[in-house]
Design a protein around this ligand. Structure first.
Ligand code: PAN
Ligand code: ZN
Length: 197
């Protein structure tokens, strides 16, 4: 929805959207929701055996996005949240798919709302590192850096995000080559473990 401001001269209205501070959820118009279950994330987790033993209908994460302009519009912004459920496949925490942006130099902000996790980042040299996510954490994701969330806690991890409407998503690179490290629970704590290729 693009507001045509000419009809608004001297009016005072409620905003078309709301943001619930406690939950990070967006209410109002132009909000799209997507959900990823285990069955939608084939090949994402390292332990294929553990994956096949889990219920394919298990929800892994959901995304709410407020998209006031068409995807691909230069100069606009999208605002959303991701909720990653608690869980593991083998010793690997539940994660989002992860992506570079299709317009690779587009940056993004994430911030922690609820729960605890790790934001996993990888640059074009395939160097991978993590930032702890917690309520109040703020994360600047530079352009050309792939990003993925992992829930390392016992409750759903809610993370807010704001990104360019012409950023797009490049999932192919991650489908082909993955991240160079995976986040496992090792001796009770999250650890990034380099992937042998
Ligand atoms: C986020 C992500 C969201 C889901 O809104 O799209 O966390 O992750 P995947 O897109 O990797 O499945 C974002 O980074 N947008 O650019
Ligand atoms: Zn992104």
């Amino acid at each position: 929805m693009i507001t045509n401001s000419t009809g608004l001269h001297l009016t005072i209205t409620d905003p078309p959207q709301t943001l619930e501070r406690e939950t990070g959820l967006i209410g109002g118009v132009s909000v799209v929701v997507s959900r990823k279950k285990l069955k939608d994330l084939q090949g994402l987790f390292a332990d294929r055996n553990a994956y096949t033993l889990l219920d394919p209908e298990t929800l892994v994460y959901s995304v709410q996005a407020h998209m006031p302009v068409d995807e691909g519009t230069p100069g606009g912004l999208f605002f959303g949240n991701t909720i990653v459920e608690p869980g593991k496949v083998g010793n690997e925490y539940f994660i989002t798919h992860g992506h570079f942006h299709a317009n690779a130099d587009r940056a993004e902000y994430y911030w922690g709302v609820k729960g605890e996790g790790i934001l996993i980042l990888m640059d074009l040299d395939r160097k991978t590192w993590g930032e702890r996510v917690f309520p109040g954490s703020l994360h600047y994701i530079p352009g050309n850096v792939a990003h993925r969330l992992a829930n390392t806690g016992p409750i759903p991890l809610t993370v807010g995000a704001c990104w360019h409407s012409d950023a797009g998503h490049n999932y192919d690179e991650i489908d082909m080559n993955g991240f160079s490290a995976r986040l496992y629970e090792v001796e009770g704590s999250p650890r990034l473990v380099e992937v042998c290729r």
